[in-house]
Write a protein that binds this ligand. Structure first.
Ligand SMILES: *Cc1c(COP(=O)(O)O)cnc(C)c1O
Length: 453
């Protein structure tokens, strides 16, 4: 076996050259699949640097960034106060493997803003937090089965890489090679927003269900809200059968509201709280940091107090906690979410108007700094309510729109099943430039591929 020669690094490289080089040393050229642009085609942009709402690729092309590292960059890139905190922390030491004061401060800050949480544990990724939340739910209830919903992503732990089975509430099938069917035999996959289905499932096997895990505002199938009656009914079923309700707020946490998505539901369901919450993305401000939290009673099940094991060499890393704390300090300032929400809404309504003017069927939605939009099949169609409806929207049209926007310096998520993110650094002018680019792309789209429906 010979290894292919790696080319000499060059001072300036094109995205294409970097992508070819990357594919020699990294599978698919990327360290997380969606970055490869497989869904939309074309060459991924290799990012050289970012500042505020902008990113520049290896060729010096500037983009208005609506990915924000998939959510964490809620303040925009390189916020001065965050940068300063990270640099100071780095001078003090990268990692100690011993407790630090900032971990306590970050835990206290999360608890202060999310009333359902009395204790948290910090980890390094959303995957790790989600995986451990399930272990905790199983340990606390002494039960094995878990319910998740089709289209929700909770990280890549084996038991969570499951798609729906063919019949109602059958066991799921692994969605990844390398996951034995036995490992997902306790994972039930149900349809998002289907009340009747989860009622029947609880009726049949409620006594065996440890937890129901949900992305309350699902951002891994574009942007789909769990309906208020759906969330309310799950809360009732969990209480009735002694199961735990797990809110995966890795994406929505501190992104859709300061109190996270659970506070959005508590507006409509008085007193609403999940039992366990999972965080990531924003709480690290762009550094590897995630968390899960619950009542003190449930958290006491974790080692070293209880029998549920969990650990991490870099958990609560001092540089990551500095980044997260500095980020939280900015976003807890009065009026932050009002301004962010208004800007995000302005973007979605601008895009909607542009599509309407072009005669392209389109719907969009947002909450706080998170948004989604769909090219629907017919004018007048509402927002998709589950995964199958999302996946039946106009894929080719989305892909052309994505590339049209990218060519005009606007970087949207490279797949129709991903949410988008606005940061506090996006200005009115950035939104206006984005809407103008969209109007241009949609006008061409309507002329070249008129809607037939
Ligand atoms: C991103 C995400 C995860 C996984 O987090 P990683 O840090 O990528 O491991 C889990 N759940 C949700 C809802 C997410 O959006």
């Amino acid at each position: 076996m010979t290894t292919p020669c790696l080319p000499e690094p060059r001072a300036v490289s094109t995205n294409q050259a970097l992508f070819e080089r990357a594919q020699l040393s990294i599978p698919g050229g990327v360290n997380s699949p969606v970055r490869a642009f497989r869904a939309v085609g074309g060459t991924p942009r290799f990012i050289a640097r970012a500042q505020g709402p902008y990113m520049w690729d290896a060729e010096g092309q500037r983009y208005i960034d609506y990915i924000g590292s998939w959510g964490p960059m809620i303040l925009g890139h390189g916020h001065p106060a965050v940068l300063d905190a990270v640099i100071r922390a780095a001078h003090e030491g990268f990692s100690f493997g011993a407790p630090t004061e900032r971990e306590v401060e970050l835990a206290e800050e999360i608890i202060r803003n999310v009333p359902s949480i009395e204790q948290v544990r910090l980890v390094s990724s959303g995957t790790e937090a989600g995986m451990t939340a399930i272990r905790l739910a199983r340990g606390a209830t002494g039960r094995s089965k878990i319910i998740k919903f089709e289209g929700c992503y909770h990280g890549h732990a084996d038991a969570l890489l499951v798609k729906a089975g063919s019949g109602l509430a059958t066991f799921g099938h692994p969605t990844s090679a390398g996951v034995p069917p036995e490992v997902v035999q306790h994972t039930l996959v149900l349809e998002f927003n289907n009340i009747e289905q989860i009622e029947e499932t609880f009726k049949a096997q409620g006594g065996d269900i440890a937890c129901v895990m949900i992305e309350p505002i699902a951002g891994n199938m574009n942007f789909v809200r769990a309906s208020v009656p759906f969330v309310k009914r799950i809360r009732e079923l969990c209480d009735q059968y002694g199961a735990l309700f797990v809110f995966d707020e890795v994406m929505t946490g501190f992104r859709v509201a300061l109190g996270s998505a659970q506070s959005v539901y508590a507006r409509d369901i008085p007193g609403f709280q999940p039992d366990i919450s999972v965080f990531g993305k924003v709480i690290g401000g762009g550094m590897p940091l995630a968390a899960f939290g619950s009542s003190r009673k449930i958290m006491q099940n974790l080692a070293p107090l209880g029998g549920v094991y969990q650990a991490g060499t870099l958990s609560g890393n001092p540089v990551a906690t500095a980044c997260g704390l500095a980020t939280l300090k900015e976003i807890t300032k009065p009026g932050f979410y009002e301004a962010l929400g208004a800007r995000t809404q302005a973007l979605v309504s601008g895009l909607t108007e542009a599509a309407k003017a072009a005669g392209v069927p389109f719907v969009g939605d947002s909450e706080g700094g998170m948004f989604g939009f769909f090219f629907t099949n017919h004018a007048g169609e509402g927002l998709p309510q589950n995964y199958n409806v999302v996946m039946a929207t106009q894929k080719e049209r989305f892909n052309r729109f994505f590339h049209g926007m990218l060519d005009r310096g606007v970087y949207l998520a490279p797949a129709l099943y991903e949410a988008g993110f606005v940061s506090a650094s996006h200005t009115e002018a950035d939104i206006a430039a984005t809407v103008a680019a969209a109007a241009d792309v949609l006008r061409i789209e309507a002329a070249n591929a008129p809607t037939t429906a």
